[in-house]
Design a protein around this ligand. Structure first.
Ligand code: NAD
Length: 270
């Protein structure tokens, strides 16, 4: 869809990293943005950087009532949405999956998977009801296509694989509609993902320290800038591209995984 001044967008996880960069890129194009985050002060900081086209909203994407409430509030305050970015997510790295507590599973599934499910339920009917073109982008990860062999990303990858599948379903189910769908699948991006724990919802125990994630800090610090990712996302929306693969070096990772699967067919072994 063509991005135009005056369109209205919703971004979750807008208080930091990729979400913040999306808000800045969208507002720079004259698009009005609902910048939402569970950390309201961080969303407000983004809005202060973005200027008058942005407005801050508080949301916990893992809570369906909170998502419905923010969808209502955004449309009441700003008008009907043209663009939705289900972007909020948390890390859950550094521990073998059999050692993760149920609380850790609930949190990572709650935000990364249910967050997208709640976003789809709250926003897709609204996007489909519009007369003009609309677009939804779900932030997955290259971890949605490949389990990183070094960083114990099992639970995170499980949620991101599900985000890829949900996005593929959303695209298939709405072919022929005016709503475009994309899934964003980056590798390392220079954000504050290693500090996800500061955003754990109160009803799941609130902010805490999860040092297992902290090794990610130096690894993503040398990653792509969030601004470059946001630029690629907006370009993909305009070109109506479904898969947004931002890191060329990950092609080989996926190739190896797909080859292994294809080689598992009996006829391949003959
Ligand atoms: N940084 C990377 O290397 C990388 C790579 C691939 C995918 N991603 C994905 O990109 C997305 C954005 O992450 P980021 O890297 O910008 O991290 P970030 O931690 O810098 O930003 C994420 C934002 O989401 C917010 N958030 C967390 N839980 C929330 C909740 N329950 N409700 C609402 N907001 C919540 C946080 O407060 C934070 O402001 C995530 O889905 C992440 O999994 C990141």
């Amino acid at each position: 869809m063509k991005l135009e001044q005056g369109q209205i967008a919703f971004v979750s996880g807008a208080g930091s990293g990729i979400g913040r960069a999306l808000v800045l890129a969208l507002t720079a194009r004259g698009i009005r943005v609902a910048a939402s985050d569970i950390r309201m002060e961080a969303a407000e900081e983004t809005v202060a950087m973005a200027g008058p086209h942005a407005q801050a909203f508080c949301v916990d994407v893992s809570d369906p009532a909170s998502m419905e409430a923010v969808a209502d509030a955004v449309e009441r305050d700003m008008g009907p949405l043209d663009l939705v970015f289900n972007n909020a997510g948390v890390a859950m790295h550094g521990k073998p999956i059999h050692e993760l507590s149920l609380e850790e599973w609930d949190w990572v599934i709650g935000v990364n998977l249910y967050g997208v499910i709640h976003g789809i339920r709250a926003f897709v009917p609204r996007l489909l009801s519009r007369e003009g073109a609309t677009h939804i982008v779900n932030t997955g990860s290259v971890a949605g296509f490949q389990v990183n062999p070094d960083f114990l990303t099992g639970a995170y990858s499980a949620t991101k694989s599900a985000v890829v599948a949900l996005s593929e379903a959303l695209e298939l189910e709405n072919r022929g509609s005016r709503m475009g769908v994309s899934v964003l699948a980056p590798a390392a991006v220079n954000t504050e993902l290693h500090l996800s724990e500061r955003a754990r919802p109160e009803r799941m125990g609130g902010a805490f320290v999860r040092s297992e994630n902290h090794f990610l800090g130096p690894l993503i610090e040398i990653g792509t800038s969030p601004d470059a990712i946001a630029a690629q996302v907006l370009e993909a929306v305009e070109a109506n591209r479904f898969y947004i693969m931002t890191h060329p070096e990950t092609r080989g990772w996926l190739q190896r995984r797909f080859n292994r699967i294809l080689n598992a067919y009996p006829e391949a072994a003959e």
